[in-house]
Design a protein around this ligand. Structure first.
Ligand code: PDD
Length: 294
C-alpha cells in the first residue's frame, strides 16, 4: 500500500500535507458523507460508470447535492492517477455535506459539499486472491440503509477488530439468522450442486459493483446463479465461499469461525470466477495469477 502524495480537495490537486478540512465538517461530526472506492488495473478504471451511478444514488439518498457531472467525476479520477503515476490500486473519494462553523444536526437548507480524493497504489491480484482469507460471523449492527455507501463505518471497523482478535481477516455480518454481507464486501457461497448463491439486492446490503461485474461474466459460463440469503450454517457446510469487492476483487474464504471451508483451500468454482474476472480486466492471467488456471 502506498498513498499517493497528491490528493484532490475541493476543486484542486494539492500535496497531502497541504490538504486541510474544517473540524466542523459534517463528515467528521455526523458521518454525513458518501464514499466510493474504485479499482485501477493496467492504468484503467474498473467499472467507473457503475461506481458513479451508485455515488449519484447515495448522494441523493443523504441529501447532498451532486457537485459534478459524471464526465467531471471521471476527469478528476483520471487526473488523480496521472498526478500520482498510478497503474494499479484503488482510488478513494469522499463527498461530505460540508462545514458551517457549528454543530447543527439539520444544517442549512442546501449543503455545499466537501470533496476529497486520494490514490492508493497496490497490487490487486496478490496473496489474498491466491491463498484466501479467514472470516468470523458477527451480528450486523449497522443502520438499515446499507444500500447507500456512506462513511458510517464504525460497525464494520469493530467487526474487523473482532475478526483480527480471533485470527481472521474479515467478518460475515449476520441479521435475523442470515448473512447480509461481509464487513466490506459482498458474500457468496457455492452450494453442493456447484451453483453460486449470493443475497438478493435490498436495503440490507450494498449493491456491489464487483458483484454486478461477476453477474455479467456468468452469462454463457455454464455456472448457475441463485440470488437469495443464506445462513451461517449453510456457509459452514458450503463447498466454497468467497467475497467480492473493488479492493480484493474475488477473495476466497478458506475458514469460517476457525473451521476450514471445504478442504481449506480456494475451490474450483472460485478459481473459475477469478479467471473470468481477471481476463475481463485485461490481465495476463498466466503471469499474474497462474494459480487460478485449473
Ligand atoms: N467496500 N459491501 C460492503 C459493506 C462494502 O463496503 C463493499 C465495498 C462491498 C463491495 O462493493 P464493490 O464491489 O462495489 O466494491 C459490499 C469498499 C471496497 C471499501 O469500503 O473499502
Amino acid at each position: 500500500m502506498a498513498i499517493g502524495q497528491t490528493v484532490f480537495l475541493n476543486g484542486g490537486y494539492r500535496p497531502v500535507a497541504e490538504a486541510a478540512i474544517s473540524p466542523f465538517d459534517r463528515g467528521f461530526l455526523f458521518a454525513h458523507a458518501a464514499y466510493e472506492v474504485t479499482a485501477v488495473y493496467g492504468g484503467r478504471f474498473v467499472d467507473l460508470e457503475g461506481h458513479l451511478a451508485r455515488l449519484r444514488r447515495t448522494l441523493a439518498g443523504i441529501d447532498i447535492p451532486n457537485p459534478y457531472t459524471d464526465e467531471e467525476w471521471a476527469d478528476i479520477h483520471a487526473g488523480l492517477i496521472e498526478h500520482n503515476g498510478m497503474e494499479e490500486g484503488l482510488v478513494y473519494l469522499e463527498v461530505t455535506a460540508g462545514a458551517y462553523g457549528l454543530r447543527d444536526f439539520a444544517g442549512p437548507e442546501t449543503f455545499t459539499p466537501t470533496v476529497f480524493f486520494y490514490a492508493d497504489s497496490r497490487p490487486l491480484i496478490g496473496e489474498v486472491a491466491r491463498d484466501g482469507i479467514r472470516a468470523v460471523f458477527r451480528e450486523d449492527s449497522r443502520w438499515k440503509r446499507r444500500d447507500m455507501k456512506t462513511v458510517q463505518l464504525v460497525s464494520q471497523a469493530l467487526a474487523y477488530r473482532a475478526a483480527k482478535a480471533e485470527g481472521a481477516e474479515t467478518a460475515f455480518m449476520v441479521e435475523d439468522g442470515m448473512v447480509t454481507e461481509a464487513a466490506s464486501a459482498n458474500a457468496w457461497i457455492v452450494d453442493s450442486a456447484g451453483r453460486l448463491v449470493t443475497r438478493e439486492l435490498s436495503s440490507s446490503i450494498l449493491p456491489g459493483i464487483t458483484r454486478a461485474g461477476v453477474f455479467s461474466l456468468l452469462k454463457g459460463s455454464g455456472i448457475d446463479l441463485v440470488e437469495r440469503a443464506f445462513s451461517p450454517d449453510e456457509a459452514r457446510a458450503a463447498a466454497e465461499v468467497f467475497t467480492t469487492s473493488a479492493g480484493a476483487m474475488i477473495a476466497p474464504v478458506v475458514a469460517l469461525d476457525g473451521q476450514p471451508v471445504g478442504d481449506g483451500t480456494p475451490g474450483r468454482v472460485t478459481r473459475r470466477i477469478q479467471h473470468l474476472y481477471y481476463e475481463a480486466l485485461g490481465a495476463d492471467v498466466a503471469k499474474v495469477a497462474p494459480w487460478c488456471l485449473g
